[in-house]
Write a protein that binds this ligand. Structure first.
Ligand SMILES: Nc1ncnc2c1ncn2[C@@H]1O[C@H](COP(=O)(O)OP(=O)(O)OP(=O)(O)O)[C@@H](O)[C@H]1O
Ligand SMILES: O=P(O)(O)OC[C@@]1(O)O[C@H](CO)[C@@H](O)[C@@H]1O
Length: 318
């Protein structure tokens, strides 16, 4: 059984590295690089490094597909992207010593015809897939509740869906009739989704438990350097990343975590293995530029060094 990833709004990530970013002045950068990106695409790229070849679909601008095609070819991924008129967007990632600032553009305008073709690809591929990852924003021209439609289509084929999106696209997807199997909001996305303050760990846990109780089997909340919470009906685990040195870029750490979750689910791992492998993929990616992982041994060593603790909530088990 293969894994599908769906990226309707991929991006070429232009990562600009500078010592310190200051608003309103001329900033001098030390380097720039371009990587094929977009959430589902990044998940597939990390899975390939782990030895799992996903099938990738979604939309790709016909004017500048080369950077995506080169990476798909290099990693042996099956390319089922639907080409659409125009260019795939370029997103700007400003990386300084302390933090990363993302400037994400809207992207090409999706046509009903192109979206219909992606839907047909997903339906055809889902018959040979156990798990589909749907990731990233919706391009202009797409209905806000488009992911609710995608989730309903996937449920009809019996494939399990992991949804990693944000803002109105996430809210509208979760307002639909079919729940995804899993979601992975970061703290900002969880706060926006729930409208609740998520300042303390117990706030975060309570918000994640509430989502789990709506019928989402696995709610993962990623919290950057603070690790992540993995919430299921069986309880809550917090995964603490091992000490990290030499962060190349935090861009796509969340996508690498989703890839690790998929890899652990695929091998039939329990929730602790899911939390360990998700964290190991994310931390492994931090040391590298682009959506790439270090070798298997290094990832397994990070998984072994990930701290796991169980978290209790006032409301009891999810
Ligand atoms: N500075 C850091 N130090 C240690 N671990 C980190 C750091 N940043 C991220 N991580 C690891 O990566 C995981 C995902 O990070 P984060 O919460 O930033 O994801 P995200 O916001 O979804 O990222 P993106 O949208 O760029 O993919 C964290 O749960 C943690 O395990
Ligand atoms: O604008 P979206 O679709 O929400 O996010 C797109 C994006 O920020 O997500 C990836 C990191 O997670 C990057 O490769 C890409 O630029």
């Amino acid at each position: 059984m293969s894994i599908i990833t769906v990226t309707l709004n991929p991006a070429i990530d232009q990562t600009v590295t500078l010592d310190r970013l200051t608003r309103g002045v001329v900033n001098r950068a030390s380097s720039v690089r371009l990587d094929a990106g977009g959430k589902g695409f990044n998940v597939a790229s990390c899975l390939a490094d782990w030895g799992v070849r996903a099938v990738v679909t979604g939309l790709l601008g016909a004017e500048n597909p080369e950077v995506f095609e080169a990476l798909l070819h290099r990693k042996g991924l099956e390319d089922r992207f639907v080409r659409i008129a125009g260019a795939t967007r370029t997103n700007i990632k400003l990386v300084d010593r302390e933090e990363t600032t993302d400037i994400n553009l809207p992207g090409f305008t999706a046509t009903p015809e192109a979206l219909g073709r992606v839907e047909a690809e997903i339906a055809a591929l889902a018959t040979r897939s156990a798990l589909t990852v749907v990731g990233g924003s919706l391009p202009p021209g797409t209905a806000a509740d488009h992911y609710a439609t995608v989730l309903a289509g996937l449920a009809a084929t019996g494939t399990c869906a992991i949804l990693d999106t944000s803002g109105p696209a996430l809210a509208a997807a979760l307002a639909g009739t079919v729940r995804p199997y899993a979601i992975k909001p970061n703290l900002a996305e969880l706060t926006e989704l729930t409208g609740k303050s998520c300042e303390s760990l117990s706030d975060v846990a309570a918000a994640a438990v509430a989502l789990c109780r709506t019928g989402i089997a696995l709610v993962v909340v990623s919290m950057g350097a603070e690790g992540a919470l993995f919430v299921t009906a069986g309880g809550i685990l917090r995964a603490l990343p091992p000490p990290v040195t030499g962060i190349g870029s935090t861009v796509g750490a969340g996508d690498a975590m989703v890839a690790g979750i998929v890899a652990a689910l695929r091998e039939g791992g329990d929730i602790e293995r899911i939390a360990r492998l998700g964290t190991a993929f994310a931390v492994g990616k931090l040391g590298l530029a682009g959506p790439n992982l270090p070798g298997r041994e290094a990832v397994e060593a990070l998984a072994a060094r990930t701290g796991i603790e169980s978290v209790a909530t006032e409301e009891g088990a999810p």
